[in-house]
Write a protein that binds this ligand. Sequence first.
Ligand code: SF4
Ligand code: SF4
Length: 718
Amino acid sequence: MQDAKSFKEYKTQVREALGDDFLRTAMDNFAIAYRASRANAFKEIDDKALIKDIAEAKACSTANMDELYAQFKEEAEKNGAVVHLAADAQEANEIIARIAKDENCTKIVKSKSMTAEETLLNHHLEAENLEVVETDLGEWIIQLRHEGPSHMVMPAIHLSRHQVSDTFTDATGKKQDADIQKLVKVARRELRQKFTEADMGVSGCNFAIAETGTIGIVTNEGNARLVTTLPRVHVALMGLDKLTPKLHDALRVLRALPRNATGQAITSYVTWITGSNECAVAEDDRKKVHFVFLDNGRRALAKDPVFAQVLQCVRCGACANVCPVYRMVGGHKMGHIYIGAIGLILTYFFHGTDKAKNLVQNCINCGACKEICAGGIDLPGLIKEIHARIQDEEGHPLSSALLGKMMKNRKLFHKFLRIAKYAQKPVAGNDGFLRHLPMIFAPDHDFRSLPVVAEVPFRDMWAKVKPAKTANPKYKVAIFSGCVQDFVYPEQSVATVESMRGKGVELEYPMDQSCCGLPLQMMGEKVAGRDVAIQNMEAFENSDCEYILTMCASCASHLKHNYPKMLGHDPKYAIRVQEFADKVIDYSSFMNDVVGIYEADFRQTKGDKVTYHAPCHLCRGLDVKAAPRELMVKAGLEYIECAEEEVCCGFGGTYSVKFPKISEQLLSKKMHNVEETRAEVLLTDCPGCVMQLRGGANKNGLDIEVKHVAELIAERRK
Ligand code: SF4
Ligand code: SF4
């Protein structure tokens, strides 16, 4: 559970988690194995189409939540169940405790329920002198250890078998072996006894089918069947978001849920319960069945135009499985009760600003969660939205407010960058890197070498490098360089111009363009980010270009997808911003798919072993995967695939300043994978990634050049 009182304390906790070698190894092994199993499980299914169908159906259920609840209640009560609706966590816990008292129950067995974690049900029932035992193996372990889950599907993933054997030794009063099979047997023996003694079973629920008043429970261990069948009373606790119209909708989710959760094609057990059944231990031979629905803000969320999509979550936990930050720090630092990307969001709604305000800053915006989310939720977008909301509620930190003010004023911002060129002189080396960082940044930020600001920005070179006008241009293109390629790596923009020689491309460079504004979004400065977006859109409106070309993957994705989200609802900008966004294209796609570049275009057709780092905002943000790799092959380069090529390098703009230790670990993993390829050149499509990777290679003395794809194409062109 996240209990840090301040951002500083949260960062200290994160740092401690980074030092947990067992956690790191367990997470690494799981992340690599998961990716392969998931791909295998989906190999004969169009996962994107399935996710789209699920998202649409869930959105429809969300919009009809009240009607579905009324229908479910009527049908379930026809079948002998009692249906309750709790406004909040406290009321849900009170209802369940009251049922236990009314039915003279004292011993409760529970199967896994994230909703019960949300309401802190166990604490409440124990305070009412009821004995509650978790029967899912992972949940039982963390209950014995008085910990919260560190993963939605695998709650004890952070623990070693030795830690578990110590826990079982304490619980049973007998020394237990650390052999996993033996530990499972201990759990089975201890828990079987609890099942037979229990008079009440509490379960969660994956689906609540309105048409028949049926609930569906998906598990791997079978304990939920014992919980729901053996005791004479069964209580199922579920969020209103579990409501779905028909069995068909549930079966659709069932195709994705185990595949996304653990990479299994099917789960071991799916249990359907409709009303009250025969029960030998009940006085009247009928089981007492209660369905408790929890609102806890869900009905309000369902009406929120931005956040309603949160209720499309099917609790597969995949957003944690692929999250590079979760992989480094584990669920106790990447969530409160709910963990991973969805946890950062739900914490705000279910547990309040205090618990959420540090967590929402710990997202590097890599988009890995969004790509695989079974509910089709724009998770990184919503995390940033909450960050901005919290800053609006609680006040903006001085540093981000100042940055917002400066970046809104293009001339001031560029003046600052020009002054930086002179200010860096005492620490600037001759190799393009700063010799050392000012003391306030060191030592946390010393894990990579940082580049110097360029002598001459690209905008000042433009008059010289601008190609002569073509009589009949095939393509009219305006360059959006972004601030890094303008002021730090202008040679990448120059290379872009050179790489298009003789291809009929007419280029222009609108001088009023500024930073794309993504750093402002990352800092929660929404208003400033919007102002910058308007300025950039207007800067390109005087151009008659067909394409707005950017060599920065992050800028491209932000301009193309986030600008319409920021401005599209305003009638003054809606059409203009969409026209702007439609023109935006990244370098590799433009060269490979639009201009067309072939082996015959290259002077040099052999040599150079290269490997590639796929920028998050290119491979996921823009779904561009083939173009850069095809360009490399056409240019005669020997492309060697790098392990985990699409995993974030740890840059994340301002993220690496806020969380340098996580950035360092991500970079170190990337450097290790790159080294393994034994390539001579590491290519990528984003100046931010170049900054991180080149800085890492320099700091670690790696014998590899790091370049933008455009640079290598320009070097090898005829
Ligand atoms: S965008 Fe990336 S870092 Fe952020 S929550 Fe999703 S997977 Fe994690
Ligand atoms: S947000 Fe998406 S990926 Fe995460 S648990 Fe929910 S459905 Fe799964």
